[in-house]
Design a protein around this ligand. Structure first.
Ligand SMILES: Cc1cc2nc3c(=O)[nH]c(=O)nc-3n(C[C@H](O)[C@H](O)[C@H](O)COP(=O)(O)OP(=O)(O)OC[C@H]3O[C@@H](n4cnc5c(N)ncnc54)[C@H](O)[C@@H]3O)c2cc1C
Length: 536
């Protein structure tokens, strides 16, 4: 590495967004592209094996590890957050659930002033990247680089959940992503192909690696953007004050929902008073950097069940050894499943907008609380993870120091709004009711937590605080918006600094009704077009 290393585009972070950008910006062969990743390679059998998630998503060698600041909504406890730190970023450790949110979410974005980001503008990007096993449909794609398959390994839980959901008026659908129904349930669509995780690195980066104009460096953490005369000139590597790599056209920060706002702040773009308190020269005072955070708060409810109704035994002792062996010998079996088997959108609190307000994920297993590495329960049990789909409690983050090695202070401010508390309580009552219906109840021995003893709204919210966990979907820290006070303009350019963009989860100003991997990749697809058009 030397100060003479210059590229047309420098992308910081090889995660869900970064890999899409690296592919599309290098596609024509006309531009030199440098992709810099803080973590290492993704060549790890536990990354490829879907159920390996239980290990890689907790391993300090493959993840960034954070602790949130204690707050009332987390019962005064810090919560543990992780993000992927290797090629593929969080898409190499995530639950592989592929969902996109609903058209109404993106139309909300447009209404919030984010012109050009409505559903009709983004659908072509979703469709172009998708290779859905169900084939072509006006609402989904086939033939793209990203495989999507539906959960297929049958478990006794499934029929009971479908039946109970139907009694609640929730229809079963083949593809949860193509429905505009208010409520629906189906098998989980997953980024899994032939039994293997298909991360963003696998889908977008690997096919581009042979291009002579794409350079990828790993195990290099960018410590700051080098800004010269109001323009991003390149990047400084952590621990060095030199401009390690220079950008002729643009620097694109794709370091994810937590590290991107942190990197902007370390580079002098953020709330002036905070930056000055750490001795960071202010390049552009913008209090919005690191504000407006939105995250999915989840609960996982667990029931002990009769023998044969839970997959827990499959993940213990000799059966686990046999199942891992089956996986490596044949690529089949229980180790090929994503985080959850089934997914539902429901109206748990039933507000008057007619839209679903909660996502439910059904798991044929359960894990011991607070145990690392993750271990399944000794007794047969099943669980349901649920989250508030479109939370509006906004949190913030701030630097802990001027040292890029220090994790930021994360203050999610969960359950701060009436809406979020209403839906949180609605979720527990709804899921409890669902599991009390005969198709499920006849298999259940006892509710293990969130049981009937939690009666009042206050008690239920207290349990959300003690037992709740993160959805790992943080957005908003570098939100785009129509005004100059937003962190980014509508082409994802950083306001106040030339030749600098952010493209990742942090750019979304409002939460989509689902998980965030697919939206981030589609946003990156559109951003790449915007970047290429503006540099023609
Ligand atoms: C455990 C977990 C489970 C999840 N489950 C699902 C799911 O089932 N379905 C779903 O849709 N979504 C899921 N998500 C969320 C989804 O994966 C993320 O929203 C998405 O991957 C975010 O993409 P990104 O590009 O913004 O960031 P990331 O994919 O996190 O990429 C950021 C990359 O930048 C690198 N980086 C950061 N800072 C620097 C720096 N200074 N210098 C160089 N490199 C840097 C990081 O190491 C990382 O590789 C999950 C996330 C996690 C963590």
């Amino acid at each position: 590495m030397s100060g003479n290393d210059a590229y047309d585009y420098i992308i910081v972070g090889a995660g869900s967004a970064g890999c899409v950008l690296a592919n599309k910006l290098s596609e024509s062969g006309r531009h030199s592209v440098l992709l810099i990743e803080a973590g290492g390679s993704d060549a790890n059998p536990l990354v490829t094996m879907p159920r390996g998630m239980a290990r890689v998503a907790r391993d300090p060698a493959t993840t960034w590890q954070y602790q949130t600041e204690p707050e009332p909504a987390t019962a005064g406890q810090p919560n543990s957050w992780v993000r992927g730190r290797m090629l593929g970023g969080s898409s190499s450790v995530n639950g592989m659930v592929y969902n996109r949110g609903t058209p109404a979410d993106y139309d909300d974005l447009e209404r919030a002033g984010c012109h050009g980001w409505n559903w009709n503008s983004l659908l072509p990007y979703f469709r172009a990247m998708e290779n859905h096993e169900l084939g072509e449909h006006p609402m989904r794609g086939s033939g793209g680089p990203l495989p999507i398959s539906l959960h297929r390994l049958k478990a006794p839980l499934h029929a009971s959940v479908f039946e109970a959901a139907s009694e609640m008026g929730v229809p079963a659908v083949e593809d949860i992503n193509t429905t505009n129904l208010t409520e629906a349930i189906g098998y989980v669509p997953r980024n899994i192909y032939k039994g293997q995780r298909w991360s963003s690195a696998r889908a977008f980066l690997r096919p581009a690696l042979k291009r002579a104009n794409l350079t990828v460096v790993t195990s290099v953490q960018v410590g700051a953007i080098a800004i010269e005369n109001g323009r991003a000139a390149g990047v400084r590597v952590k621990g060095s004050s030199d401009v390690g790599y220079r950008a002729r056209r643009e620097v694109i920060v794709a370091a994810g929902g937590i590290e991107s706002p942190k990197l902007l702040q370390l580079s002098g773009i953020g709330p002036a008073a905070m930056l000055q308190s750490f001795g960071i020269p202010v390049i552009h005072d913008n209090p919005q950097v690191g504000r407006n955070l939105l995250e999915h708060r989840c609960v996982t409810m667990t029931w002990t069940v009769r023998k044969g109704f839970s997959d827990n035994p499959a993940f213990k002792g000799w059966r686990l050894v046999r199942n891992v062996a089956e996986y490596y010998l044949t690529g089949t079996g229980v180790m090929t499943s994503a985080y959850a088997d089934m997914i539902a959108y429901v109206r748990a609190a039933g507000g008057d907008d007619g839209r679903p307000d909660a996502q439910l994920l059904f798991l044929p297993f359960s894990v011991k609380k607070g145990r690392l590495p993750v271990q399944v329960d000794d007794e047969p049990a099943i669980s349901c993870t649920a989250f508030i789909l479109r939370p509006d409690s906004r949190g913030e983050m701030a630097l802990r120091s001027a040292n890029p090695a220090d994790p930021p202070r994360l203050m999610p401010n969960f359950l701060a709004t009436e809406h979020d508390r209403l839906v949180a309580v609605g979720i527990v009552r709804y899921v409890r009711k669902l599991f009390q219906l005969a198709p499920l109840a006849r298999n259940i021995v006892a509710a293990r937590d969130f049981g009937p003893d939690l009666d009042s709204d206050e008690d239920i919210l207290g349990a959300w605080g003690r037992e709740g966990h993160t959805g790992s979907h943080l957005i908003g820290g570098c939100a785009m918006g129509p005004g100059r006070d937003a962190v980014l303009d509508l082409s994802l350019r950083v306001n106040g600094v030339a030749a600098l963009r952010v493209v990742d989860a942090s750019v979304l100003p409002i939460m989509v009704s689902g998980n965030t991997n697919a939206p981030v990749m589609a946003i990156a697809g559109k951003a790449a077009d915007l970047i290429l058009q503006s540099n023609e």
